[in-house]
Design a protein around this ligand. Structure first.
Ligand SMILES: Nc1ncnc2c1ncn2[C@@H]1O[C@H](COP(=O)(O)OP(=O)(O)OP(=O)(O)O)[C@@H](O)[C@H]1O
Length: 224
């Protein structure tokens, strides 16, 4: 099993009291799975994704990665876990608007002190794969929504992580652009990447092997 959550509890402070968002939640992810997570607004989908991505802690339960219990990782170990294994794609893009496409995608590799020539090779490959090579020198603020989303995906996957976590990745895109993003996800899945996608969109979830619904603070299996 690539990832395994058992008995996860997560609460947030709401005014003076704590409100449980996830309770006794179990989840198993095998290497190469593609999984959609659906659920009503505010039910805790992004919270779950953030736990899987090692961005936030939880109060109870265990999280195993490749069979090793990582629940008690310290901040440095979580940072390492994210760096090595996790790609995040959100709807908010989080791109640096004052830089060009190449620089935005190169950023995560520069953090890892990779030699310049190797960075160039890797960035150019992903630009080519996602069909945004032509826009390499353009400032990201001048791109369309679909182009920006492809840059965000390129930046997420350039490190070749094992798990892609996507939070409403097609939320603001038109049908045609959404289709091109889904084709990219299909390709990544075919190459063996594990995909976990939070989505309200049936055309996105129907692309996934497994569909779960987050309801009553737990994940329920819908179908495969
Ligand atoms: N850092 C935080 N502090 C306090 N409450 C939070 C925090 N993060 C999330 N919440 C609350 O936890 C609940 C779940 O939020 P979450 O963003 O996980 O839901 P969601 O299912 O992703 O929602 P949506 O579909 O609307 O994006 C919400 O009630 C939210 O207000």
């Amino acid at each position: 099993m690539l990832l395994e959550l058992t008995g996860i509890k997560k609460s947030f402070k709401n005014g003076t009291r704590y409100e449980n968002i996830l309770e006794d939640l179990d989840f198993k992810v095998s290497k190469g799975d593609s999984i959609a997570i659906k659920g009503k607004s505010g039910c805790g989908k992004s919270t779950l994704l953030n736990i899987l991505g090692g961005l936030i802690s939880f109060e109870k339960g265990d999280m195993l990665f490749n069979g090793t219990n990582i629940s008690n990782h310290n901040a440095n170990e979580w940072a390492e876990y994210r760096k090595k294994n996790i790609a995040f794609v959100t709807q908010a893009f989080n791109l640096l608007d004052d830089r060009n496409v190449f620089d935005n995608i190169a950023l995560p590799l520069q953090y890892s002190n990779m030699p310049k020539q190797q960075i160039k090779t890797k960035v150019e490959k992903v630009l080519h794969d996602l069909e945004i090579y032509h826009a390499m020198k353009r400032n990201v603020s001048t791109l369309s929504g679909g182009e920006r989303q492809r840059v965000a995906i390129a930046r997420a996957i350039v490190k070749e992580p094992s798990i892609l976590l996507a939070d409403e990745p097609t939320g603001s895109l038109d049908e045609e652009t959404e289709k091109s993003i889904l084709r990219i996800f299909d390709d990544l899945h075919d190459k063996g990447m594990t995909l976990i996608i939070v989505t309200h969109d049936d055309s996105v979830s129907s692309h996934c092997q497994h569909i779960y619904e987050l309801q009553h603070k737990k994940l329920n299996y819908v179908n495969s």
